[in-house]
Design a protein around this ligand. Structure first.
Ligand code: AMP
Ligand code: MG
Length: 361
């Protein structure tokens, strides 16, 4: 009897010792992971880009990812006359232009997302972007109505011809202009993460001018907390956050992008004229949202959707977001009303931080 009790006690003690060993080793590993954090920031793609990695090899991986962003910029930049994108623009109405396979890939994605967004996101918006003077030296201003009407006739993604066999792209009419500003950062985020993965990085935070891609979970396993900018306050003040835990990742990653009327705008006679243009009217979109945030797996699609949903506006945008699998969205109105798609729950994966805002649904 006594012997039996002694044996049981010994076994229990042994198990406790082994468990203690395992747990303390785990903790040491976690601490080690936390120590190997690397972060760097670079200006590219007209914006501030930050990449933070966890785990060994971060510095080299981030350098390579930045190198990748530079390559992408050289392909897609509307405001660089030498970019491959502008070779297509300069030949609008003329010959098809042979371009890099990568640019064709982005154009194909852009056409696909334009259809998904019912044309509200349109990569051929360039005639209007330039007419409004975005990116020009003189700065933006209100165009003449007849010029807007003329430019409207030059916006239609169905008139962008892509030939994968010939590896060429062509805009059907002279004056048509591709502007990939609403998808470039998302695409770049996608590629940056590819580079990090190739370099063996398993956890990272990538922020390309507000287009965020999360890779893996945080080393301490607490959820990522992604702040949503208060659209009517200073930069860096969040009105709430979307929290991303392991269960929210799709294939190990997730992207978050916001489009807002506060990003770039000018005022005239107390009216705000912002940079997101409605391809139906030629004017800054007035769909009832002042910011739209999208959470989904694919960074390019997330970026395109954030712009498209903004243009579609509160009603049509919410309806579209709700109909898409694996897509969540946050809409904020001028009156500080907040609309969430059904996969976002207050106090679960969405936190309200500023009580001036009201969650409507
Ligand atoms: P984002 O910040 O992702 O919403 O992208 C905004 C940028 O996309 C603008 O600065 C324009 O260059 C471009 N853009 C504006 N309106 C549209 C639109 N309706 N479809 C596609 N791109 C747009
Ligand atoms: Mg966008």
């Amino acid at each position: 009897m006594n012997n039996k009790i002694m044996t049981v006690i010994t076994i229990v003690i042994l198990i406790a010792v082994v468990l203690f060993g395992v747990i303390s080793q785990r903790q040491e590993q976690n601490e080690e992971l936390e120590l190997e954090e690397y972060e760097n920031t670079a200006m590219m793609l007209d914006t501030v880009n930050t990449i933070r990695t966890y785990g060994p090899g971060g510095e080299e991986a981030v350098q390579q990812a930045f190198g990748r962003l530079e390559e992408i910029e050289a392909l897609l930049d509307l405001y660089d006359e030498e970019s491959s994108l502008n070779r297509i623009n300069q030949n609008a109405g003329g010959e098809a232009v042979e371009v890099e396979a990568e640019l064709l890939e982005v154009l194909e994605l852009a056409k696909e997302f334009a259809a998904e967004n019912q044309g509200a996101f349109d990569p051929t918006i360039g005639a209007l972007t330039l007419l409004w003077g975005w990116g020009s030296e003189e700065g933006p201003s209100i165009p003449a109505q007849e010029d807007i009407e003329q430019a409207l006739g030059l916006v239609d993604y169905n008139r962008l011809e892509i030939s994968p066999e010939e590896q060429t792209a062509r805009l059907e009419e002279e004056g048509m202009i591709l502007d990939l500003g609403a998808i470039a950062k998302g695409y770049a985020g996608d590629e940056a993460v590819e580079v990090l993965l190739e370099k063996g990085i398993e956890r990272a935070f990538v922020n390309l001018g507000g287009n965020i891609v999360l890779l893996g979970t945080k080393p301490d396993e607490t959820p990522w907390r992604i702040g949503i900018q208060n659209p009517r306050s200073d930069r860096g003040s969040a009105m709430g956050s979307v929290d991303i835990g392991e269960e929210d990742l799709i294939n190990g990653q997730i992207a978050v992008a916001t489009s807002g009327d506060y990003e770039r705008y000018f005022e005239d006679n107390d009216t705000r004229y912002h940079h997101i243009i409605d391809p139906e009217t030629g004017y800054p979109a007035e769909g009832g949202a002042v910011s739209t945030t999208v959470v989904s797996e694919n960074p390019s699609r997330t970026d395109a959707l954030s712009t498209g949903l903004f243009v579609l506006g509160l009603e049509r945008g919410l309806e579209l977001a709700e109909s898409l699998e694996g897509v969540e969205a946050v809409f904020i109105t001028e009156d500080k009303e907040v609309y969430l798609t059904s996969g976002l729950e207050v106090d679960e994966n969405f936190q309200l931080m500023d009580d001036e805002f009201i969650i409507v649904n």
